[in-house]
Write a protein that binds this ligand. Structure first.
Ligand SMILES: C[S@@+](CC[C@H](N)C(=O)[O-])C[C@H]1O[C@@H](n2cnc3c(N)ncnc32)[C@H](O)[C@@H]1O
Length: 265
């Protein structure tokens, strides 16, 4: 029987943006465990983010689509209870997993709400905005980026961290294909940030992953990526069978590539 079908668009494609609420509510409790065996990656990513945002102590920071705040380690060093990082996310379940720390302030709203000025923020302007692995959930990324850019203080920065449409992940083909259709091209995001008046640059960085095959199959079976929640149980089971055939080795190795798109006002 078909369960959890993704909402369909007019052309029959699955709309990947509108089925995320249930996905993150389901995933939230175990979200941090997904990364528990990848502490080197967490350290690397936290440093990449902090190095690019270059925030001084006391900076006014918003993490848009903050989720559980897993990658905020280095940025938190610059925050204080007087200038907490605003952790913006529509998912109460994800925000509930934030560390209890006065340097983090949950704001249960969307990026669009913040960008349109529908949220009263404790800061008049922002020095840094982080959007990590969330940009693909926005209905109008260019418009939202424009609104967020308008909130920046002079010299303020926006950093978008996102997966490129073409992944090297050892996933089943339909998931790779569907992911690619829902994921914006980094170049188009850079263009949108330039159009919003930001001096923008971007680069692609890769982190090498070695992961136990059974663990990876479990992650996929548990739909760790939101695109996986758009498949029915039968499709997912078939996808896992395809992966077992395609990737028989005990350990899987691949490059986790990220686009870092950074704009300064
Ligand atoms: C893949 S998670 C990333 C969480 C965190 N940034 C990280 O890297 O671990 C995507 C997050 O985007 C949030 N999200 C979905 N739609 C959003 C929107 N319109 N505005 C802001 N956040 C959104 C989800 O609730 C989820 O917590």
């Amino acid at each position: 029987m078909t369960e959890r079908p993704g909402p369909m668009l007019d052309d029959g494609a699955v709309d990947l943006r509108n089925h995320t609420d249930g996905h993150y509510a389901r995933l939230a409790d175990g979200y941090n465990d997904i990364w528990s065996k990848r502490s080197e990656y967490l350290t690397w990513m936290s440093a990449e983010i902090a190095d690019r945002l270059r925030v001084p102590e006391g900076a006014r920071i918003a993490d848009i689509g903050a989720g559980t705040g897993l990658f905020l380690g280095r940025l938190m060093e610059c925050a204080s209870p007087r200038t907490p990082i605003l952790c913006v996310d529509p998912s109460a379940e994800m925000l509930r997993q934030l560390p209890r720390d006065p340097r983090l302030r949950p704001v249960q709203r969307t990026a669009e709400d913040v960008a349109a000025g529908r949220v009263a923020l404790p800061y008049e302007a922002l020095d840094a905005v982080l959007i990590k692995e969330t940009i693909h959930h926005l209905t109008d990324a260019p418009g939202t980026l424009r609104g967020l850019a308008d909130l920046l203080a002079p010299g303020g920065r926006i950093l978008v961290v996102t997966l490129p449409p073409l992944l090297d992940y050892p996933l089943f083909q339909a998931a790779l294909d569907r992911f690619a259709t829902g994921q914006p091209e980094p170049e188009s995001l850079a263009d949108a940030m330039r159009a919003a008046g930001l001096e923008t640059e971007y680069s692609i960085e890769a982190f090498p992953v070695t992961i136990d095959r059974e663990h990876y199959l479990d992650l996929v079976g548990n739909q760790w990526m939101s695109v996986l929640s758009s498949f029915t149980d039968e499709e997912l089971a078939a996808g896992l069978d395809e992966m077992r055939d395609r990737y028989p080795q005990r350990e899987l190795r691949f490059a986790d590539r990220f686009a870092f798109i950074s704009g300064v006002r």
